[in-house]
Design a protein around this ligand. Structure first.
Ligand code: SF4
Length: 330
């Protein structure tokens, strides 16, 4: 059953809509926050939480509204309205059970499909609970977000990184703040995400940036690329993941993207249609030139730009030597 937070806070009838999780009822007290976004969510008990490669999605669906969002694609079989976020209520319990059973420590990944720091996380603390478990069991973490809400959990990220490895990943697509607000309406601004990267670096937490997607005729400019790269250089990121200057479109996300093009960039949908038809991979006409700049800048500034090397890094668990030493002598 779905309920909007606004309804939830204003209607006492909704008080008993789900007795099992009624502890949530007292948490929604910030009416200013509630009225800003029409967030919906519903709750579901799931059977498993970790994928075969130790990735997890604590939520399914997203309220961040990025116009190019691939997670809307039909192939992911999200069987509810995308903005009506499914909260996997038993995610922390399942994660703890899974980590307790693991014979070997590894990296746990989250955020690749749905953002772990949507608005509801501030009230639900679901991601935070999972990080506490990862920290307690000494596993590593790679986490991807577009929100500065991740700073709330800096204490845990540091603690995980002191024992094992914690890599914080942020997506940066658009240097121009006004354009960013259109393309990614409910996430932290690119400048704010750059500040988050710097804070992570100051706290010795390695960072990776996803330079993806780059939308033809919209943000596929040298100015945009150099702006983002300069942020990455200044924030001393470990690596930048980039699959080329382009984007992907398939059933589900294509319709939503085109609807948004009509709303914000009249005439552009027709241009996309004419040029790319129903292609899945769409490359900017400036791909070659922009990729040359990308590689040059990364190499000149010691930023890893091989996707395979970065993925290898994200999946490699590292126990801190000093912790091992301490435990040996305990
Ligand atoms: S943050 Fe990620 S999952 Fe959420 S709307 Fe944006 S692209 Fe989609």
């Amino acid at each position: 059953m779905a309920v909007t937070l606004i309804e939830y806070a204003h209607s006492c009838q909704i008080y008993c809509y789900n007795k099992e999780y009624k502890s949530l009822e007292t948490r929604f007290t910030d009416f200013t926050y509630l009225n800003k976004e029409e967030n919906k969510m519903h709750f579901k008990k799931v059977k498993t939480i970790l994928s075969a490669h130790n990735g997890m999605n604590i939520y399914r669906g997203c309220t961040h509204g990025c116009i190019y969002c691939d997670s809307r694609s039909k192939c992911y079989h999200i069987d509810h309205e995308f903005e009506d976020v499914e909260v996997k209520v038993n995610a922390p319990e399942l994660l703890e059970e899974a980590l307790r059973k693991k014979r070997k420590k590894c990296m746990i990944g989250t955020g690749s499909m749905c953002d772990p720091y949507m608005h509801c996380e501030i009230e639900l603390n679901h991601t935070r609970k999972c990080l506490e478990i990862i920290d307690r069991y000494g596993f590593g973490l790679s986490i991807l977000t577009k929100s500065d809400r991740i700073l709330r959990d800096l204490d845990l990220l540091k603690s995980i990184n002191e024992k094992a490895k914690c890599v914080v990943q942020l997506t940066l697509t658009t240097y121009d703040a006004d354009l960013c607000r259109i393309l990614e309406p409910a996430v932290s601004t690119t400048k704010r995400r750059f500040e988050v990267l710097k804070i992570m670096h100051e706290n010795h937490i390695p960072t990776v940036v996803w330079l993806d997607p780059i939308l033809p005729f919209i943000n596929d400019t040298e100015e945009n690329l150099r702006g983002i790269l300069n942020y990455c250089i200044e924030a001393k990121v470990y690596g930048i993941i980039c699959f080329g200057m382009g984007m992907t479109l398939r059933e589900g996300n294509r319709e939503y993207f085109y609807q948004k093009l009509d709303q914000h960039f009249p005439g552009l949908k027709e241009k996309y249609h004419g040029k790319y038809g129903y292609s899945y991979e769409i490359k900017s006409d400036h791909n070659e030139k922009l990729m040359r700049i990308f590689y040059e800048e990364c190499r000149a500034n010691g930023i890893v730009c091989s996707n395979s090397a970065i993925f290898q890094y994200l999946h490699t668990y590292e126990q801190r030597h000093d912790i091992e030493q301490i435990s040996m002598f305990e």
